[in-house]
Design a binder for this molecule. Structure first.
Ligand code: C2E
Ligand code: MG
Ligand code: MG
Length: 751
């Protein structure tokens, strides 16, 4: 569009300029033709004046006429020669002796004949001139008498060359031509920039049709040379000549052509540049368009891919977190949920119940009726679990026919019992039409209660598992709460019962030692000996997993003895190594306290290892005191006499108050770990701890806090006046070698 406008505008402008230049040239030529015609007219008028002087010749005044004619022709530079002829064509006067050309007679006749009977005489320009006198033009004018009859003819030869020379200095272009044309069309004279042109006498110019008094212009191929000329023609009034001024159109328009070419070149360059720019812009836009399109496409693809990946991830997560058969969370997912629920549980005072549920005789269903029926049964059981439990409870399939349930936020433990009873009842109802078969199974359920039976997932699992095995032992379709007296040997993981004697004989038991740190100066003031069983197949077994079993089977007495001896052995080693001795505390079970020989055994060991009684400390629990209290009191009394110090372990977790224990010979109170746990978050726990410390001090007892894991707990205990602490914050229970190192450094810095 811009280009069309540019071209259109330029074209219009060029055309207008061309027209203007042509019009200017035409006007200039016409002016020139007019001026030349006027001048020529004046010359001819002067010639006519001479005819008047010539009249006298025919009226008898030849001398006067002759002198006037001579004077007039010599006075005018343009006249070359004058001659007078009478009616018989005889030359009667001549200003020079030059001969007349042969054509003169015929010309005279024509002039006399044409003048005859006419009022106005006609001038005649005969074609007489020879090449030598190309521009000497004879002009024949009739000399009329009083009665207007022709008396003779005056011939005035005038120098047209001289006349035209006068215009030589007028610049009107390289191709400018001035022509004088006679009335019969013959070109009489022609002047160009470079000079006068010798004329071919017979050359004709076809301007007669234009000849009028008015000046007019025409374009023609004037010289038949293929060029177009602009010619302006003027006929002087009453004269036998035409004045033609011509110029080649090309010459007229030469400047214009240059300007035009320049314009066109500039415009062409501009057009090319514009077109190229447009092309590049369009190409760029197209490419950009394609690029944007590709970008959008790839963004779309990315989005789809991300969507697919998200979907895959979600599916993988669901698959990884759920049991494919029942759609219930699997063990992994359950563990995570359990952990987060227990976190929450620690902040409220509710009870949580972890249930292990196992289908009785499921194996025989699978074996006898096929896995397909087994699967259908598991699906049906999971549906009943869902239907029976609340939305807020967690259900999971742990694998095989094992399910786990977490009953959340129970107000009291009895609720767990009624829910368990309901589950047993519901799951035991017959399953009709499992692919055409009717089946009945019952569950065995084991229940561990948070916080009573454990505060961490692992302990709760173990205890629920033990309780579940107990259910199985007691008969199918039962639920059982975990009880510390439960035989953990019932757990499928451990079948340790038979191995106790061997464990002692083959030195599979080891002691780990956990330092007790005095808060006033952070000195290690004692160790607690904690027994572990390095089982050749099961690896390291912790006391909670075998002590209750040992207590049940009675092996605890042997284990206890082994522990006391091992403590003495360790003290002896330290003594030998020259390390400063600190007391080692050992734990005893209720059953050991029933052993009236205990103090004797201990004292003989002290003697054997040459140790003072103060090197040993005994940790008892409240349970020890409850069972056969009299015997316990007696045994404790004897030990006290011996000089053994006694600590009451896990204080606060049981039933006894301080009032109750004041009757026993107890030197140290160990505050139970559960109080220390939440000492920072729960003000009631903090208050209990502080009051235990105060009361214990009043009863002249030392106080040690166990399970100290964090610096905040430490600060709180120190502020509350606690004497000692024990816990992971300073050190975990460590093997003897590491304990020796600790003893060497003797201090444990809290920073
Ligand atoms: P306990 O006498 O109350 O022993 C302290 C228990 O708490 C130890 O567990 C110890 O490892 C753990 N503990 C210490 N500091 C921290 C802490 O900062 N955070 C946490 N979470 N736990 C801490 P361990 O060794 O598993 O012993 C468990 C229980 O087994 C003992 O509780 C004790 O009652 C009994 N036991 C250990 N050794 C013997 C033994 O030789 N004879 C008898 N009869 N019972 C023993
Ligand atoms: Mg202890
Ligand atoms: Mg304890």
């Amino acid at each position: 569009m811009l280009l069309l406008m540019a071209w259109g505008g330029t074209w219009q402008r060029l055309e207008a300029e061309k027209d203007l230049i042509s019009a200017n040239a035409r006007a200039q030529q016409q002016n020139m033709a007019t001026v030349i015609a006027e001048n020529l007219g004046q010359v001819l008028d002067r010639g006519r004046l001479m005819t008047i002087a010539a009249e006298g010749w025919f009226e008898g005044q030849q001398a006067a006429a002759s002198s006037r004619l001579s004077w007039m022709s010599s006075a005018d530079r343009i006249f070359l020669r004058t001659a007078l002829y009478d009616r018989t064509h005889r030359r009667v006067y001549s200003s020079s002796p030059a001969q007349d050309s042969p054509e003169m007679q015929e010309a005279l006749r024509k002039v006399l004949a044409s003048a005859d009977g006419h009022a106005s005489p006609h001038s005649l320009v005969p074609r007489l001139q020879s090449n030598e006198q190309a521009w000497h033009i004879p002009l024949l004018m009739p000399v009329l008498g009083q009665d207007a009859t022709p008396r003779g003819v005056l011939m005035v030869e005038f120098d047209l060359g001289y006349f035209l020379q006068l215009y030589r200095h007028i610049d009107f272009g390289r191709t400018g031509v001035i022509q004088i044309v006679s009335l019969d069309g013959a070109i009489i004279a022609e002047a160009r920039q470079e000079g006068l042109v010798l004329q071919d006498k017979n050359r004709q110019a076809d301007f007669l049709s234009l000849a009028s008094d008015q000046v007019s212009s025409v374009q023609s191929d004037l010289f038949k040379d293929g060029q177009v000329y602009l010619s302006s023609v003027r006929r002087p009034e009453g004269q036998p000549f035409l004045v033609v001024v011509s110029r080649e159109m090309q010459d007229i328009l030469a400047d214009y052509s240059t300007t035009r070419s320049r314009f066109l070149i500039v415009l062409s360059i501009f057009s090319i540049v514009l077109l190229a720019a447009t092309y590049w812009v369009v190409r760029g836009l197209r490419r950009q368009g394609r690029f944007i399109e590709a970008l959008a496409q790839s963004a779309q693809q990315n989005r789809e891919l991300i969507g697919q990946l998200e979907e895959e991830k979600r599916r993988a997560f669901v698959l990884a977190a759920h049991d494919h058969l029942t759609g219930l969370p699997n063990r992994r997912m359950f563990n995570e949920l359990l952990a987060s629920h227990l976190q929450q549980a620690k902040r409220n005072r509710k009870h949580y119940a972890l249930m292990y549920l196992d289908l009785d005789r499921f194996k025989s269903v699978n074996d006898n009726m096929g896995h397909h029926i087994g699967d259908l049964l598991l699906q049906a059981v999971s549906s009943r679990l869902r239907a029976t439990l609340r939305e807020s409870d967690l259900i999971a399939r742990l694998g095989g026919d094992e399910f786990a349930v977490l009953l959340t936020a129970l107000d009291n433990v009895d609720d767990a019992a009624s829910i368990a009873a309901k589950l047993v009842e519901q799951i035991s109802l017959p399953y009709n039409d499992l692919d055409g078969l009717d089946i009945q199974v019952s569950p065995s359920i084991g229940i561990a209660i948070f916080p009573r039976d454990g505060t961490d997932a692992e302990t709760l699992y173990r205890h629920a598992d033990a309780a579940m095995y107990q259910s199985k032992r007691w008969g199918r379709g039962k639920y059982t709460f975990y009880d510390t007296a439960l035989n953990p040997a019932g757990s499928r993981f451990f079948n340790l019962e038979q191995r106790f004697p061997k464990a002692i004989a083959e030195q599979e038991l080891v002691l780990h030692f956990q330092p007790k740190v005095r808060l006033s100066d952070y000195q290690i003031v004692g160790f607690e000996a904690l027994v572990r069983w390095e089982h050749p197949e099961l690896g390291l077994i912790f006391p909670n997993d075998f002590i209750p079993l040992a207590e049940q089977t009675g092996h605890i007495v042997d284990i206890g003895n082994w522990v006391v001896e091992a403590c003495c052995q360790q003290l002896c080693n330290w003594k030998t190594e020259g390390l400063p001795l600190v007391p080692i505390a050992f734990n005893v079970s209720a059953k050991q306290l029933q052993d009236e020989q205990l103090h004797q055994q201990i004292s003989s060991l002290l003697a054997t290892y040459d140790l003072a009684a103060e090197s040993l400390e005994m940790e008892i629990t409240e349970t020890c005191l409850v069972e056969s209290m009299d015997v316990a009191i007696a045994v404790l009394g004897k030990l006290e006499q011996l000089g053994i110090r006694i600590a009451l372990d896990d204080f606060g977790s049981g039933f006894s108050g301080l009032d109750y224990i004041r009757n026993f010979p107890i030197h140290t109170l160990k505050i139970d770990r559960s109080f220390i746990n939440d000492i920072r978050n729960r003000t009631d726990d903090a208050v209990i701890v502080t009051s235990i410390i105060t009361l214990a001090h009043n009863l002249k007892m030392n106080v040690i806090a166990e399970g100290v894991e964090l610096v905040d707990q430490l600060i709180h205990l120190k502020t509350a006046g606690c004497d000692m602490v024990q816990g992971y914050f300073f050190s975990r229970p460590v093997p003897a070698k590491a304990a020796s190192e600790l003893l060497k450094q003797s201090f444990l810095s809290p920073s």
